[in-house]
Design a protein around this ligand. Structure first.
Ligand SMILES: [Zn+2]
Length: 691
């Protein structure tokens, strides 16, 4: 959030310098939204990927709510920008916003046309184009190059400000109906918010026209360009669900988008308010900053979640899919007025995603997840970092997980019917508007007839977690915990019921053999570590066996054969851990293990292939004639044309076998400037280590 007051201060200074007398507009005391209401925006854009540039025109229509002497639009670090109003051109631009000074009168309806070009540093990203400071086009050289390593362009507005590439309003309290047209090279898909009304030839390129019918905050404007195919399904209510994928990933389509339609239908029914937008598009992109972003009707997500059916068990898109979908109501339809009310977006999206998952995976799953959330909050609490849910500086653990918990608690308190009725009223009353926590609470008070002042004080305003109460109230009474296991409580894993497998491995083994609860068994195996018995291998399902592969680092001879069977499991995490542990424990069989796993790539981050290459390089008698080729392949994965997660694995392995040479280091230096901050931080640290 950037408040008008902050911007205005700079503006006063500027005016004082210019005119030597006082000219302080009343606008300075409040936000521009009190004076001007922007209604529609029609953007006509040209994207030039090889120059990293975007330009064009955006025409805003607006209504003046109170007399005002100037109107501004945010535009960060534009190379060229000018505004046309009432046949006059304005150039008053300070690198942050463009101002049109004019005595605007209340009730006046008019439009401003802004022409611009810029090379954005953030919020719009050009991935894999020649222009992109060292990013090379993948199509030219490598045998490993795939279509998706060709260029992409995508946006991330939340936290970055759309005004870095499109003159717009940083304040999310002004909702605007955006219609976006984009000119781009032929052969690419161009995806934006709204409905595609037509495409047309445009001087050898293609012009794409998108149309929205309802307003939204500027941070939700989305643009994604790349080589894609798509499949369309229809929800029960008839909404097109447009799911994009890279042309070479047709076999990954089903596992990636598994349960999409089911969750969509579930949420529409559960929330009780029809999906508010014309369609729902989901687009995977390379090197995304987050897991996913809920742009209106157009979720963009990391292609790390594009997975095959084996990877599904380890890492899938289901939770992120449900979370971004829930935001289409909570965040996009009703939007927080300020960071104080951020939980109205993230807490709700987390909670409704959990409800959608409960519908698929069952009640046990739901309570185990809530239990895990409570554990995370408890850890934060022990570190003295608990904050009020209404503190705009709260951690994401608080906004997301305490937010979800508060909704769970509230629904328990007022009952399912009143909760659902209140949520529905709240959404309908404030649709396409902005909301505060009070707006929500009032609707639940009305629907339930309860006075919620104490609830709000205790769970929302107070920074106290009340962990004991959460645990006492919710976990000891749940069927899945007590009835199934009698005395032996999974909560034994908490401080209340210490189940200490380190010191009591035999007791843990007995519980394991009696229990059919996969979650519980995973936890026991994690604690047992190297104390795992033979029976554990045969009893465990794929998730329990994955826990064995990770936990058991010292493999006794008598379990060697059982352990080797993990190499054929349908889990890339299992195979990765098993290969490494077997290679370490049984040097005499290294060549056999390497031959068995040869050719398995793993996830999109190539977790197995990169490990395999590193092991192949340091196994002296394994294919000496191919050593150079394997080295070049592993080093090749440090190149900017690969996904940052692939690169991170390659850097780590090269460093661990002391083989990060000049080329690797150059790629590492480039990585230190990467737009994904976690990756650039990793690269900077590794550079220090190597020097
Ligand atoms: Zn979210």
């Amino acid at each position: 959030m950037v408040f008008w007051t902050k911007v205005c201060y700079i503006r006063i200074m500027k005016l004082l310098l210019q005119y030597f007398f006082f000219f302080i507009s009343l606008v300075c005391l409040s936000q521009q939204t009190d004076y001007v209401d922007f209604k529609t925006a029609k953007a006509d854009l040209v994207v030039k990927p090889n120059e990293g540039q975007i330009g064009g025109h955006i025409v805003y229509t607006f209504e003046v709510l109170k007399d005002v002497d100037s109107i501004f639009l945010d535009a960060q670090n534009f190379t060229h920008i000018e505004a046309l109003y009432d046949e006059k051109v304005y150039h008053d631009y300070n690198g942050k916003y463009i101002v049109v000074k004019h005595p605007f009168k209340k009730g006046e309806k008019n439009q401003i046309d802004i022409g611009f070009t810029t090379n954005p540093k953030k919020a719009l990203y050009f991935i894999g184009w020649d222009s992109n400071g060292g990013f090379e086009s993948a199509s030219a050289s490598s045998v490993h190059s795939l279509n998706h390593q060709n260029g992409q362009v995508w946006t991330q507005g939340q936290g970055k400000y759309t005004s870095n590439w499109l003159p717009s309003i940083d304040d999310m309290n002004d909702k605007i109906e955006f219609d976006i047209s984009v000119v781009f090279d032929k052969g690419y898909e161009v995806i934006a918010n709204g409905k595609l009304t037509k495409t047309e030839d445009y001087y050898g390129k293609t012009k794409w026209h998108y149309d929205m019918q309802q307003p939204m905050s500027s941070y939700l404007v989305a643009l994604a360009i790349g080589k894609y195919d798509k499949k369309v399904e229809y929800s029960k209510s008839g909404i097109p669900l447009e799911m994009y994928y890279y042309p070479e990933d047709s076999l990954k389509f089903e596992p990636t988008y598994r349960y999409t339609k089911r969750m969509f239908d579930f949420l529409e029914e559960e929330i009780g308010v029809p999906y508010p937008w014309q369609n729902y598009k989901q687009v995977p992109v390379k090197d995304f900053l987050y897991a996913g972003m809920e742009n209106t009707g157009t979720t963009i997500f990391s292609d790390s979640f594009v997975i095959d059916s084996i990877a599904f068990v380890d890492k899938n898109y289901v939770n992120v899919n449900a979370h971004e979908l829930a935001h289409q109501w909570f965040g996009d339809l009703v939007t927080e007025t300020s960071g104080t009310h951020h939980w109205l977006q993230e807490g709700f999206a987390t909670y409704y995603a959990l409800l959608a998952e409960k519908d698929i995976f069952g009640d046990d799953y739901y309570y185990w997840r809530l239990y895990e959330y409570a554990q995370e909050l408890f850890e934060q609490d022990k570190a003295g970092q608990s904050t009020s849910l209404l503190d705009p500086k709260s951690s994401s653990v608080t906004f997301y997980k305490k937010g979800a918990w508060v909704l769970h608690l509230l629904r328990e308190q007022v009952g399912y019917k009143a909760f659902r009725k209140g949520v529905k009223k709240y959404l309908l009353k404030y649709q396409f508007k902005n909301v505060k926590t009070d707006d929500f609470i009032k609707e639940i008070e009305k629907s339930s007839g309860q006075d919620l002042r104490n609830f709000v004080e205790k769970w929302l305003k107070s920074s106290e977690l009340h962990y004991e109460e959460l645990e006492k109230r919710f976990f000891p009474n749940k069927v899945f915990i007590q009835d199934m296991h009698g005395q032996l409580n999974p909560l034994g894993l908490t401080r209340y019921f210490p189940l200490d497998c380190d010191n009591q491995p035999e007791a843990c083994k007995i519980i394991f053999l009696q229990s059919d609860d996969s979650f519980l068994n995973e936890k026991i195996v994690e604690q047992l570590g190297n104390n795992i018995s033979k029976a554990t291998f045969s009893k465990g399902d794929v998730k329990v066996r994955r826990a064995i592969a990770k936990a058991m680092t010292e493999i006794p001879k008598e379990l060697k054969e059982d352990y080797e069977s993990l190499l054929t499991d349908k889990s890339y995490l299992t195979i990765e851990a098993a290969l490494y542990n077997l290679w370490t424990n049984f040097p005499e069989d290294r060549i056999r293990y390497l031959n068995q796993i040869k050719g398995i790539v793993g996830f999109n981050d190539k977790n197995i292939r990169t490990l395999w290459l590193a092991l192949a390089l340091v196994t002296s008698d394994f294919e000496p004639e191919n050593k150079q080729r394997y080295f070049e392949e592993l080093r090749g994965y440090t190149n900017p044309k690969y996904h940052f997660e692939v690169r991170q694995n390659a850097f780590q392995y090269l460093n661990s076998i002391k083989a990060c040479d000049r080329v690797c280091k150059e790629n590492l230096e480039q990585a230190a400037k990467h737009h994904v901050w976690q990756f650039s931080k990793f690269a900077k640290q590794l550079l220090k280590e190597i020097d």
